[in-house]
Design a protein around this ligand. Structure first.
Ligand SMILES: Cc1ncc(COP(=O)(O)O)c(C=O)c1O
Length: 396
């Protein structure tokens, strides 16, 4: 796998986005460009280790399955949260040992479970009795991690409607069923919601996890695995520090025993800030009011909501744009509406921006485009998805 990976270019001190744009000849290309700063991922990994030393980050591959990112995180020592056979294959292909992987999809096709079994990926989440029976039939030697629902009051993408059993009645019933089938429960997991804004939600959930541990121990299980899921911010390190304080305090209180292995499944935390997307304006239109005065400028870009801006629809992201005009501070700003390239009116990127008057061929940059963007992008209407260039600092 690694021999096929794209080239990584090295830079000193700071990544110079303007210079990369100039060198990339974007005026002659129709494809948008992702600039991926791998050192951003590395810095995030180091910050995690500093602020949450007891918790092993298992990167949620679904967030961005770019092999260059996955390889880097594997080399840094991260674990992985995989949801499917192909994600397992990708991660195992970088010589990650199966103990560093959690199969964190509580509803898996049998062939995916078979693959996990063949490759000794033993830790997997479960939240319903049908999956318990499925595991009994297809992977009885696996470690069951009971996923319960404990949501933040506010999150960019809540997950509780789809996954997680009730932390009291259902979790105990599942463990009793597992016991009756002679299966092994080793721990519990939750996800407070992706892009969590109610930070105390972590404490609430960790407290519930403690009760599940107690019930498991009553049944005679050796409960030693806690998975605190994802939900960590992609570009707000202050918020991350606050979450880390809450999590550390809660873990010290409810799980003081160091024998309990604690993992998390961060996705956007690692990769959101690593990608800056550069788009080109290939067309523009002007909307004038009845007096003929310019009211709104509409720009048409070479990437849209069917490409990497799908994050606007699926991940409820609000994107920010920056232009690259020199001395633009004193230029008048206009209400600007930004469209993607397809022939669909749903393909709208932003309508609330104020930008100087830009021309065909000018570029717009969108920071924080690494999470829940590229893996979902499609070349709808014949427009290519962006290409990615990779950069890394010689020393961080
Ligand atoms: C099971 C699971 N774990 C982890 C994640 C990653 O979440 P985040 O990107 O908020 O860290 C997700 C996201 O949907 C998920 O479904």
């Amino acid at each position: 796998m690694s021999s096929e990976l794209p080239e990584i270019k090295y830079y000193e001190r700071e990544l110079n986005v303007r210079q990369i744009i100039e060198d990339s000849n974007l005026q002659d290309l129709d494809q948008a460009l992702n600039i991926c700063d791998l050192s951003s991922v590395e810095r995030k990994y180091q910050l995690w280790k500093k602020l949450l030393p007891r918790i092993m980050p298992c990167y949620a591959v679904k967030c961005n399955d770019d092999p260059v990112l996955v390889k880097l995180l594997a080399e840094l020592g991260a674990g992985f949260d995989c949801a499917s056979k192909n994600e397992l294959k990708l991660v195992l292909g970088f010589d990650v040992s199966p103990e560093r992987i959690i199969f964190a999809n509580p509803c898996r096709p049998v062939s995916h479970l078979d693959y996990a079994k063949e490759n000794r990926v033993a830790n997997g989440t479960v939240d319903n009795e049908f999956e318990v029976y499925k595991l009994h039939k297809h992977y009885p030697e696996s470690n069951l991690i009971v996923r319960f629902k404990s949501e933040a009051k506010e999150a960019q993408c809540p997950l509780g409607d789809k996954f997680g059993c009730d932390a009291d009645a259902d979790a105990t019933a599942l463990m009793l069923l597992a016991k009756s089938l002679d299966l092994t429960v080793t721990g519990t997991s939750f996800h407070v919601g992706s892009g969590c804004s109610e930070l105390e939600a972590y404490d609430r959930a960790i407290k519930k996890a403690k009760n599940i541990f107690k019930f498991g121990e009553l049944l005679g299980y050796d409960m030693d695995f806690l998975d605190i899921g994802g939900g960590f911010p992609g570009s707000d390190d202050e918020k991350f520090q606050k979450i880390a304080d809450i999590v550390n305090t809660s873990v010290e209180k409810h799980f003081p025993d160091e024998r309990v292995q604690i993992i998390a499944e961060p996705g956007r935390y690692f990769v959101a800030a690593a990608f800056t997307l550069i788009c080109k304006i290939h067309a523009r239109r002007e909307i004038r009011n009845e007096a003929g005065k310019l009211d709104t400028v509409m720009y048409y870009l070479n990437d849209g909501v069917y490409g990497s801006f799908n994050c606007i629809l699926y991940d409820h992201q609000v994107v920010t744009a920056q232009h690259y005009l020199d001395d633009a501070e004193n230029l008048p700003k206009f209400k600007s509406l930004i469209w993607g390239p397809s022939c669909d009116a749903l393909d709208k990127i932003s309508e609330d921006l104020r930008l100087p008057n830009l021309n065909r061929g000018d570029l717009l940059g969108f920071p924080n485009m690494g999470a829940y963007t590229m893996p979902i992008a499609s070349p709808f209407n014949g427009f290519e998805i962006p290409k990615t260039l990779y950069f890394r600092a010689i020393q961080i």
